[in-house]
Design a binder for this molecule. Structure first.
Ligand SMILES: Cc1cc2nc3c(=O)[nH]c(=O)nc-3n(C[C@H](O)[C@H](O)[C@H](O)COP(=O)(O)OP(=O)(O)OC[C@H]3O[C@@H](n4cnc5c(N)ncnc54)[C@H](O)[C@@H]3O)c2cc1C
Length: 394
């Protein structure tokens, strides 16, 4: 159980002046999971160090930034729904606070989402999910093709159905990460730009040039959590990388029709999404590839994404192509993240967020800080306990 106390004994404080001080918390990994945990723990009074050779440049950088509990709900993932819904609820306030603290834009936009089908089979498939979505408390609104084009004029004529999801929002994830980094620095979080391993010795993190000692260690290393050899094999085996290729384009409002809503589409059975930023940048994603630790962008990935995006939005052809990128989603067998206790009292996890790690980011940090300071993981994050892989009651 976590044992942080804001009233640390004086003996610890004298240690803290030394290079090898014992801090309250060392976090391995400076993606959205590590940085939200760091910020919340620091605000709760903990002394926090984040170790990462390239903070903010993992999957969190690759992502499209959709904050989309309804359109990310997939049949079979019902246990994930309360997490997704609560995570979306805390986002607007969290974004406001990070912007206020950092003085930087949060990147959060509440422009809503429409889901469209391309042909009759795509329509049937999308409509098939509606009863389950409604049973779970969502309120998808079925639109005629005319209605959906009225809402999003950038859509082309070959649309078979539209479904509105106005509460599914988005964030410019790279802007948000920059603001979150700044908020962490201002909250006194220390950064060590090295890679690190949890040691087999309790309370020790082995970095490239030094050892760090901490009351608590949080592993937030995304897919690379599997490479932490001192951690439980069963938890590491539960995580796998799922590659996603994603494109960025730049639209010019003077010469082409630019979308204002996030558009998610099923095109001949394949998913594609188009996420507009206020600046005219448009993100098109993403492939879903079961590949081991491969972040190479391929011609096939680029081709398929552009082919499917332009099938529903012809103006894609007119936009400047600025980037192809790939990242790895830290995916678990049961689609729930891995957040909370390990079998060691000094080590905890904040990883396994799969395709929803941006959506789940603020809730992960808020939940982790509460768990580290009180010993209790709040609902609904308690459902993500790592102990489910260790044959122990969560
Ligand atoms: C193409 C794509 C699109 C996506 N779109 C969305 C979306 O629209 N909405 C959404 O909610 N989610 C989306 N996701 C998922 C989301 O990006 C991830 O779930 C989330 O970013 C995971 O965050 P993280 O902090 O766990 O991992 P990461 O962001 O990968 O951060 C892990 C960090 O750990 C560091 N690290 C690793 N090993 C070590 C070590 N040994 N020592 C020190 N540091 C280490 C890495 O350098 C990295 O910075 C998408 C993912 C991809 C790939």
């Amino acid at each position: 159980m976590p044992a942080f106390s804001a009233n640390r004994p004086a003996v610890s404080q004298s240690w803290e002046a030394c290079q090898n001080a014992v801090v309250d918390l060392v976090i391995i990994g400076g993606g959205i999971a590590g940085l939200t945990t760091a910020r919340e723990a620091a605000r709760a009074g903990m002394q926090v160090t984040v170790v990462d050779p390239t903070p903010t440049h993992g999957a969190s950088y690759a992502a499209a930034g959709m904050i989309a509990p309804l359109t990310e709900y997939h049949i079979g993932d019902a246990r994930l729904v309360p997490l997704l819904v609560e995570a979306a609820r805390v986002w607007p306030d969290y974004a406001r606070r990070i912007a206020g603290e950092s003085g930087l834009p949060s990147g959060y936009v509440d422009h809503g989402t429409v889901v469209v089908g391309h042909d009759a089979d795509d329509k049937a498939e999308l409509l098939r999910h509606l009863p389950a979505q409604r049973e779970l408390g969502f309120d998808p609104e079925v639109l005629t093709t005319r209605e959906v084009r009225d809402r999003e004029p950038a859509l082309g004529p070959t649309i078979s159905v539209g479904i509105a999801a106005p509460a599914d929002h988005a964030v410019h994830n790279r802007e948000f990460l920059a603001a979150l980094m700044r908020a962490n620095e201002l909250a006194g979080v220390r950064f060590v730009h090295e890679s690190a391993q949890v040691s087999a010795r309790p309370h020790v993190v082995e970095c490239e040039s030094q050892e760090l000692r901490a009351d608590h260690i949080v592993v937030a290393a995304g897919v690379d959590t599997v490479h932490q050899g001192a951690l439980e094999a069963a938890v590491r085996a539960a995580i796998r990388p799922v590659k996603g290729q994603i494109l960025r384009l730049q639209a010019d409002r003077r010469t082409s029709t630019v979308p204002t809503l996030t558009v998610r589409a099923l095109v001949r059975g394949k998913s594609v999404y188009i996420v507009p930023r206020p600046s005219g940048e448009v993100v098109v994603g993403a492939t879903v590839e079961e590949r081991q630790f491969d972040v190479g962008a391929t011609a096939a990935g680029v081709f398929e994404l552009l082919r499917d995006a332009r099938a529903i939005m012809p103006s894609v052809d007119e936009w400047a192509f600025t980037e192809s990128w790939a990242g790895m989603r830290p995916t678990t067998h049961d689609h729930l993240p891995i957040v909370g206790a390990s079998s060691r009292t000094d080590v905890h996890y904040a990883t396994g967020h799969g395709r929803n790690g941006i959506l789940l980011g603020p809730l992960t940090g808020l939940s982790m800080a509460q768990y580290l300071t009180t010993g209790t993981m709040p609902a609904p994050m308690a459902a993500a306990s790592p102990l489910r892989f260790l044959g122990e009651a969560a």
